[in-house]
Design a protein around this ligand. Structure first.
Ligand SMILES: O=C(O)CCC(=O)C(=O)O
Ligand SMILES: [Fe+2]
Length: 314
């Protein structure tokens, strides 16, 4: 632990003209570490800071106000507080988060001034960037260019793509606790925004199959910077690519000794639509709907909560 892993920074500048070169870089990174950063992606530092300010304003609301949009297990939207128990740790992550979709319930602009405009525009920028990356990955996998983008079309009523704003509370001497326990992401492609000075993310490259738990413990810190987007592949895309693109384990922790400031992060999870059937070009795994895949993996990651609330599975 502690080895500094160098993950590639990939520029999206002049995307159309450089698509071939960008595809080459994306695939190399996705087949290797499974993590990379995107730069020249079209979201300015000001826009990123504005969205973080919105997120901070939301999390500063009183608990009972945030609880007016509670986390719902079936849709996975809404606000949760220290409720996610990771199978890897058996403990609740020391965080609160708010999951949202284009059409889910959002806090009003009276509660969080500017929430709707800022968040809508931030989401549509995330969509544009995701579309570019997914077009490249589709082609590289031997699918038609629009295959993955159609499968993740956010305009479709069965879309599962979500944004998640996360707040890890400041802590002191956090030995034995986890801000986010070791996990892989469930969906296809995650864009993660961090801020300067709010470190804690650690990544673990190397995984053979999307069902593989044998991960070793060679985690490397990935320092937080405002600007570059950290991107990782999720389990769904790993399965969909016959395990060619790697969904890797990652986690977030606070300092075991000493003070850790609050950490805010924003993740945008591209996920296949509920009714779309996914299968890799080599048909390594049986075809299944993205909705079934999502539910199966969600039950592994949130199984304790599903057991508490039996209606969630219906
Ligand atoms: O906050 C972070 O940096 C990581 C969040 C994360 O991995 C997740 O929500 O899946
Ligand atoms: Fe994650």
């Amino acid at each position: 632990m502690g080895r500094q892993l160098v993950i590639p920074a990939i520029s999206l500048k002049a995307f159309e003209a450089r698509k071939e070169q960008i595809t080459k870089e994306l695939v190399e990174a996705a087949e290797g570490a499974g993590f990379f950063t995107l730069v020249d992606h079209g979201i300015s530092v000001d826009e990123i800071n504005r969205q973080f300010a919105i997120s901070e304003a939301f999390f500063k609301l009183p608990q009972e106000v945030k609880a007016q949009i509670p986390h719902d297990l079936y849709t996975n939207n809404g606000w949760e507080y220290k409720s996610q128990i990771r199978p890897s740790t058996g403990q609740a992550d020391q965080k609160e988060s708010f999951w949202l979709q284009r059409n889910s319930q959002w806090p009003s602009d009276e509660l969080v001034p500017g929430f709707h405009d800022a968040t809508k525009s931030f989401i549509s920028k995330c969509e544009q960037i995701s579309k570019q990356v997914l077009a490249c990955l589709s082609l590289a996998l031997g699918f038609p260019e629009d295959h993955l983008n159609n499968a993740m079309d956010v305009e479709a009523p069965d879309n599962l793509t979500q944004m998640r704003m996360i707040h890890y509370m400041a802590s002191e001497n956090a030995v034995g606790t986890w801000r986010a326990g070791n996990h892989t992401d469930i969906g296809c492609l995650t864009l993660l925004f961090q801020r300067d000075g709010e470190d804690g993310l650690e990544v673990c490259p190397g995984r053979e199959s999307h069902n593989d738990f044998a991960i070793g413990d060679d985690f490397s810190p990935l320092p937080a910077h405002t600007g570059p987007i950290v991107v990782n592949i999720g389990d769904m895309l790993m399965a969909w690519s016959d395990d060619r693109l790697k969904a890797n384990f990652h986690r977030v922790r606070a300092k075991e000794v000493g003070k850790s400031p609050d950490r805010y992060s924003i993740a945008y999870f591209n996920t296949g639509r509920r009714n779309v059937v996914m299968q890799g070009p080599l048909k390594k795994y049986p075809a299944m709907t993205c909705g079934d895949y999502f539910l199966q993996k969600t039950k592994i990651q949130f199984g304790h909560n599903f057991n508490k609330q039996s209606t969630a599975t219906t």
